[in-house]
Each structure stands twice: as structure tokens, then as C-alpha cells.
Design a protein around this ligand. Structure first.
Ligand code: PLP
Length: 331
């Protein structure tokens, strides 16, 4: 199986913002786009993206998960980056039309079609370091993906970073390219020096998130995660897992979680931790690395509540459970 995100459908759908209006969306070859080398995005990182998935059900229908939430977040990212305002209805139509075009190629569970809307500032002006791009491109790429857990789903090792930040504080809730470049140095160092899979960024002892996924702690009947603020990415998977946990009668605590509290709770038997995101769904965390010390979370193995929550989410996505919250857009 090819690595996640390396296979693309031959065409994508694209719209252009020029002279203050959006063009009609059209299908074009997904192999390349033409852009001036002085384009705003290439110099000043005026870029944001989304990640969502379409699923094939047993009845043959194709269903997109929580598309409205991803579109809203892309509109918010574009606004916060001073990119042209997107037309949410147009983006919704673009996503649905391209997924429909490649409906035959949507893999059956546990695979899915990963959908990557992207918005970039294209104005050729290297003088606009402190001014927005007047033009932009919005396109939607498709990439069929397999089971993220085919690697065995071994619980992850996270290095706790008390000092570093993933990105600038006011950029946290924007799904923007520069944030990942910003986190890459620390993540590579953590891999090399601590054999960690990811960094759990905890600026000033506040447990935040990893490079591309939210962090969730499960202690008995309580599920704990950082309350929404502008410093981190508001994951759709996070919100969905919290809803499902509430449906199961769990206590949902969205609040500050300090490193001290995390370590204290992690050491207890039965505690579980996981990362949530569209690609990984809910990936168990087995070990927290603090300096030279390694602390197992609960048993250090995948916990039953993590499995139960992941299954509850997958069952809705795959059409094996009722879509009570109306999360699916059926094509
Ligand atoms: C995309 C992303 C997430 C997860 O968001 P989902 O909507 O659940 O996919 C979490 N953190 C970061 C930094 C992300 O980029």
C-alpha cells in the first residue's frame, strides 16, 4: 500500500478569486498548477487547508463526514489569514462534485477517500509582506487512503515539551502550512533524541496538542481535553469523540489540563490517552516521555474505552450505526 496521501485522483476541482469575484469551479488535471514564482503564498505563506473523508457504505452510497464543519473552519482560517473570503456554498458544491466524479474510486472500509481543500494567495507581489494577496486559488484534491492502523496500531510514544510551542499563539486555530513547518524542527529532534513518535506541546505546563492531532485523556468515566481557545486547532474528530462520549454517559471535561495533573493521572492503572484527528481517528498513546523519564499511560497498551470510542465513530462513518447527529452528507 502506498504511503498515506501520496496517491491522487487524476483531476481536481478549482476556482479562482480575481477582480473581487470567484470564478466558476472547473475540473482540471491534478498534476500541476501554474503560479508566478513571486506568488504571495510562496513567500508569505498565505495558505490554509482542510482534511475530511468520504466513506463507502454497504448499500453503495458515498457519505462525507461532517463536511459543514470543515467548510466553516476553512472559512475561518481564510478570514484569519486575510485571504479572500471563500463562498461556503461553492466549496460545498466543489467537494461534492469532485467526490461524485470519483465515487467509483472511494475505497470500502477501513479505507476512505481523503479530501483536501486548499486555499492559497496567488498575487505576484513580493512587496506584499505586510499586505494580503488580492487573488487566490481554491482547489479540492482527492487521495484514496487505506487503513491507518495497518501498521499494527502500536500505542504512541509522546515527548512532553514544556518550553516549545507548536506555532505562534494567535495561529493555533488556523489550519495553515506555516504551523507545520514551525513544528517540524522540534518533532524531528524528539524522534532522533527520544525515539518519540510525536511531541505533545505543553507551553508553560499547559497540555495542548501534538503537531497534527488533538490530545485526549480518559480516566475512568471522565474524558478530559483542553477547552477551546485560539492557541490550538479545533479538531472535528475531537468534537465528535466528545459527543459520542457524552452519548455513552461519560463525563466530558473541557478544561485546562496541566502537565502535573496529566502525569499524576497517567500513572494510575486504567488511565488511557489518545490522539484524535481525521487521518488517525483515535490513536492510543502508551508512553509519555519527560526528560529522561518514561511514564506508561495506564497499562501502556491500547485501552478499552479508546477502542470503544473509535469503533463508535467508525460505525457511524461506515454506515454500521445510526447517524443520530446527522454528521453524514450522502451523495
Ligand atoms: C487537522 C488537525 C487536527 C485534527 O483535526 P480534525 O478536524 O479532527 O482532523 C488537530 N491538530 C492539528 C494541528 C491539525 O492540523
Amino acid at each position: 500500500m502506498a504511503a498515506f496521501g501520496t496517491v491522487f485522483m487524476p483531476e481536481m476541482v478549482i476556482a479562482k478569486f480575481e477582480n473581487n469575484v470567484w470564478s466558476e469551479a472547473t475540473f482540471v488535471d491534478s498534476n500541476s498548477i501554474a503560479m508566478h514564482p513571486g506568488a504571495h503564498v510562496l513567500h508569505y505563506s498565505s495558505t490554509c487547508f482542510e482534511g475530511l473523508k468520504a466513506f463507502r457504505h454497504d448499500d453503495g452510497s458515498i457519505n462525507i463526514f461532517r463536511m459543514d464543519q470543515n467548510i466553516k473552519r476553512m472559512a475561518q482560517s481564510s478570514r484569519l489569514l486575510n485571504l479572500p473570503e471563500i463562498n461556503e456554498q461553492q466549496l460545498s458544491d466543489m467537494i461534492q462534485s469532485v467526490v461524485k466524479k470519483y465515487a467509483e474510486d472511494v475505497p470500502a472500509p477501513p479505507g476512505s477517500m481523503y479530501i483536501r481543500p486548499t486555499h492559497i494567495g496567488t498575487e505576484a507581489s513580493i512587496g506584499k509582506a505586510a499586505a494580503p494577496s488580492a487573488t487566490s486559488l481554491l482547489y479540492v484534491l482527492l487521495s484514496p487512503v487505506g487503513d491507518y492502523f495497518s501498521g499494527g496500531g502500536k500505542p504512541l510514544r509522546l515527548l512532553l515539551a514544556n518550553d516549545g510551542m507548536r506555532c505562534a499563539e494567535h495561529m493555533g486555530m488556523i489550519k495553515s502550512g506555516g504551523n507545520y513547518a514551525s513544528a517540524l524542527g522540534p518533532i524531528l529532534a524528539a524522534k532522533a533524541e527520544s525515539n518519540a513518535d510525536q511531541i505533545l506541546f505543553c507551553p508553560n505546563g499547559d497540555v495542548q496538542e501534538t503537531g497534527a492531532a488533538n490530545f485526549i485523556l480518559i480516566d475512568g468515566n471522565e474524558i478530559i481535553t483542553k477547552a477551546l481557545d485560539s492557541t490550538f486547532l479545533h479538531g472535528v474528530t475531537r468534537a465528535s469523540i466528545l459527543s459520542l462520549a457524552a452519548d455513552m454517559g461519560m463525563t466530558v471535561s473541557e478544561r485546562e489540563l496541566s502537565v502535573d495533573e496529566l502525569l499524576e493521572r497517567a500513572a494510575k492503572p486504567g488511565t488511557e490517552a489518545a490522539l484524535s484527528g481525521t487521518a488517525a481517528v483515535l490513536t492510543p498513546v502508551g508512553t509519555l516521555i519527560v526528560g529522561e523519564e518514561e511514564i506508561a499511560v495506564g497499562s501502556g497498551e491500547t485501552g478499552p474505552t479508546t477502542v470503544k470510542l473509535r469503533k463508535a465513530l467508525n460505525d457511524i462513518q461506515w454506515g454500521a450505526a445510526e447517524d443520530k447527529h446527522n454528521w453524514l452528507t450522502r451523495l
